[in-house]
Design a protein around this ligand. Structure first.
Ligand SMILES: [Zn+2]
Length: 275
């Protein structure tokens, strides 16, 4: 009897380890690259945290993130337009308090250096439709766009749509599990724009990362819960920041702030990667 119990316990332990192993290998995510999608100088950072640091300028960066998944490549944000790379002084903003963007490297050249062709990109997801995030969407005319319906349908002051009508698109209404394995989750974070979204990525070794988009612009802006003066909705912005804080705690995730140069200076850029 004792022997039977022992072998039963061994069998149970074995089947448990099989279950654990299959749960661990279920995720198809492999690695994440950070691409340089712009560098700039913000004229007055009190635009983003009203009343604080009035008149103070700050260096900004703009990142794109390339995800290698067994089901295909995904690009998160496309940065400022590659055409800006040809402008030695960068592109001056309409409002000098905003950001003058330069492009030290094109997005196309960085993908090429990694051996990735635009046609290889299965999904292009953008945090929102400001020009420093959608500048190169049409480099990927066949890639499936993942964008919130509220953002897609947000009226554009120029009277035309925010995307080419013929571009394949999945219009999302809330959170979305991109590959169906929980490794890459689009998180709805409205406020900066009506359909703003952020991205939760769960890497095998690095662990969980929350990519902000522009739900927050730089570290002190996050800490003081600054709501930029031109945001679409102040209350939704604050609710989204709280949701992100809760998610960081629940997932034990790192917060990667897209435009924060001080943070990005501590991170590895492509061709190095996070796995
Ligand atoms: Zn931005």
């Amino acid at each position: 009897m004792q022997r039977l119990i022992t072998s039963f316990a061994a069998l149970a332990a074995l089947s448990l380890s099989v279950v654990v192993a299959s749960a661990q290998t279920k995720s198809g995510i492999d690695k994440l690259y950070i691409l340089n999608c712009g560098e700039g100088v913000a004229g007055d950072i009190s635009r983003w945290s009203p009343g604080l640091n009035v008149g103070k300028s700050m260096d900004f960066v703009d990142n794109c993130y390339l995800i290698d998944h067994a089901q295909g490549w995904m690009l998160w944000d496309t940065g400022v337009a590659d055409a800006i790379a040809a402008m030695p002084d960068g592109q001056a903003p309409a409002d000098p308090r905003m950001t003058r963007w330069r492009r030290p490297k094109t997005l196309a050249s960085q993908l090429d250096a990694l051996g990735v062709k635009p046609a290889d990109i299965k999904y292009v997801a953008v945090s929102h439709t400001h020009p420093d995030h959608i500048g190169n969407v049409e480099l990927f005319p066949k890639s499936m766009l993942l964008v919130q319906k509220a953002e897609y349908e947000w009226p554009n002051p120029t009277g035309v749509g925010r995307f080419k009508p013929e571009h394949p698109v999945t219009k999302l209404e809330g959170d979305h599990d991109v590959f169906g394995d929980g490794s890459v989750m689009i998180i709805s974070t409205p406020g900066h724009t009506p359909g703003h979204q952020s991205l939760l990525v769960k890497l095998p070794k690095t662990g969980a990362l929350l990519l902000t988009g522009d739900a927050v612009h730089f570290r002190s802006n996050w800490e003081n819960r600054g709501v930029p003066e031109n945001n679409a909705d102040k209350e939704k912005t604050l609710a989204s920041m709280q949701r992100m804080a809760d998610l960081l705690a629940k997932e034990k995730a790192q917060l990667w702030i897209n435009h924060d140069k001080a943070q990005r200076d501590t991170l590895k850029m492509a061709p190095e990667f996070y796995d």
